[in-house]
Design a protein around this ligand. Sequence first.
Ligand code: T5A
Length: 230
Amino acid sequence: MTKDHTSPVPQPRGRFITFEGGEGAGKSTQVTLLLDRLRKRGIEAIATREPGGSPHAEELRNILLSGLVAPLGAEAEALVFSAARIDHLDQKIKPALKAGMFVVCDRFADSTRAYQGTLGKVDPAFIHALEAVAVGDTRPDLTIILDVPAEIGLQRASLRRADANADRFEGENLAFHQGLRQAFLDIAKQEPQRCIVIDATLPAEKISELIWADVERRFVTVDSQMKARS
Ligand code: T5A
């Protein structure tokens, strides 16, 4: 068979990086710092967040964080987080990855595993099935878990929100947040190739350097070598 020279060269998929961790761990701060570093290297990248990230998913975010779905139970909350995720993936994440961009996302499916799965005691098989449907094969290439003692994270979150009320999950007790920290560490243990754990009690700039060293080694150097060869 002759080769079709008119067909477009397939664009390599971009890289999908997620940040996870408890409340006030510093995820939003590090998303911004990583985006800056990527762009300074001339890499096209977008930052996004969950719940939210697309107009419909942002509407669902408001509903979820107001606590409106909480009385329906953790299974119902997991369903609504997943519905928001489907829209976010379709509207924003998949198109950006298809265009070869880096996508840096503040929380993703590991938050459903930790909050609704481990802490909400939703059957792991249910969480697994939901993830298969909502996420499919658009799994993160790298997940950065920012690890901080629950007391410190909650203190940071309360300083940041000043006089505003705690949201649906910030309002949970200390034991909940300690369990959450362990749930993320357990995810990292189960998937050591995908996840790295960073000590988030360090200064923000130091954390950013550690993250960049990993991102550069895994992706930036590899991608530029591949480009040079093609
Ligand atoms: N949720 C989400 C689920 O239950 N299931 C799901 O599937 C998903 C996707 C989202 C909530 O929804 C839940 C989890 C959450 O409860 P949110 O408003 O997005 O709510 O809240 P969080 O994701 O928890 O984010 P926070 O804004 O609370 O914290 P961040 O982003 O981790 O922290 P950040 O960067 O805003 O920093 C907090 C404060 O600390 C300072 C910052 O300047 C800021 O003031 N700070 C540091 N201070 C000292 N040292 C450092 N290294 C610092 N880094 C940041």
